[in-house]
Ligand binder design. Structure first.
Ligand code: COA
Length: 321
């Protein structure tokens, strides 16, 4: 039996401060109704002065390790999907290693914007299948509140901060459970539809998120639809086999479009966008954490994950729990 990866631990962290649509409407020309109708978002968590991708990622990681019954000493690799690292280097993953007290293994960050968790999951799975790592912490951690332009109502209302983590663990035992396959894509020709206009490698040290919302919306529906088809086809599965859709949480209308295509009723879709807004690479592991801990996702369930983000990057992952 070929080695495969089991999802054995789940953890999340959200900063204390909650900002409602009404609070944004007090500062911007927007309204609770506009935001809710267009996106499904009612509120979001916003990082406090001491919350960073490292601190939030480390908290989520500790909770995922607890769930898995593992300690930092059991971990061979830490992979962090983030577009909002504390520093250009050391990588957030290496800082998290230090916070967890790890002196073994390796860590690195991966930049795939809102698809960061799917890309990190796929990378971790490849390390496990090749025998280079046995237990891998896969983390998405983001502080988009530090890169959005708070005077741009077209973007700032969409995002929130947070971190999510999953522990992937290799097994050689026969069984149905595990990550079945992942499917990644990127297309740099669409890079200017969603980007940050500055970075440490440019003269502009920090930048703001810029987005052509309508174009991104159009790409999201088309690319996520083909991505879920690709994942199911690769495994010889059909829409009816999917127990749960755990999508990247950008916009309720995009999520509903994909769920409709899959013929999945709303109660089979894990939604956090209403309370978290778009936490980029953190959104899928945060949603997984919620749905595993509250008992919605059960052993034997087939879970389909999908995401699209700046790059453009997009992809999907299928897992049997
Ligand atoms: N409050 C009130 N009005 C707003 C607003 C806000 N927060 N943001 C934009 N508007 C206005 C616009 O200025 C525009 O006004 P105008 O017609 O007078 O010019 C009007 O609302 C419509 O703007 P538009 O951008 O066409 O709206 P939309 O229906 O496309 O919705 C998004 C905008 C951003 C919600 C939508 O395009 C979207 O969700 N796109 C995908 C974004 C995404 O998910 N990105 C992350 C991917 S990882």
């Amino acid at each position: 039996m070929a080695r495969r990866s089991l999802l054995v631990g789940f953890g999340g962290f959200l900063p204390d401060r909650v900002v409602t649509n009404d609070e944004l409407a007090a500062q911007l020309d927007t309204s609770d109704d506009w935001i809710k109708t267009r996106t499904g978002i009612t509120r979001r968590h916003i990082a406090g002065p001491n919350d960073t991708a490292t601190s939030m990622g480390a908290q989520a990681a500790r909770r995922a390790l607890d769930y898995a019954g593992l300690t930092p000493a059991d971990i061979d690799a830490v992979i962090v999907g983030t577009s909002t690292p504390d520093q250009a280097f050391p990588a957030t993953a290496v800082r998290i290693q230090a916070e967890l007290g790890m002196q073994q293994g390796f860590g690195f960050d991966l930049a795939a914007a809102c698809s960061g968790f799917i890309f990190a999951l796929s990378t971790a799975d490849a390390f496990i299948r090749s025998g280079q790592a046995r237990n891998v912490l896969v983390i998405g951690s983001e502080v988009y509140s530090r890169i959005v332009d708070w005077s741009d109502r077209g973007t700032c209302v969409l995002f929130g901060d947070g971190a999510g983590a999953v522990v992937l663990s290799g097994t050689d035992e026969p069984g149905e459970a595990g990550l079945l396959s992942t499917h990644l894509h990127s297309d740099g020709t669409a890079g200017d539809l969603l980007y940050v206009d500055g970075a440490v490698g440019r003269r502009e040290m920090s930048g703001h998120l810029k987005m052509s919302g309508r174009d991104v919306f159009r790409h999201a529906v088309a690319k996520l639809s083909s991505s879920v088809d690709e994942a199911l086809k690769a495994e010889g599965l059909e829409y009816g086999d999917v127990s749960w859709l755990v999508p990247h949480q950008a916009n309720i209308r995009i999520i509903e479009g994909v769920a409709k295509k899959l013929n999945l009723p709303p109660e089979r879709v894990v939604i956090t966008v209403d309370r978290h807004a778009n936490t980029s690479a953190a959104s899928i592991p945060l949603a997984l954490d919620e749905a595993v801990r509250d008992g919605r996702i059960q052993k034997g369930d087939l879970v389909l994950m999908e995401a699209l983000g700046g790059g453009l990057t997009w992809g999907s992952a299928l897992a049997r729990f």
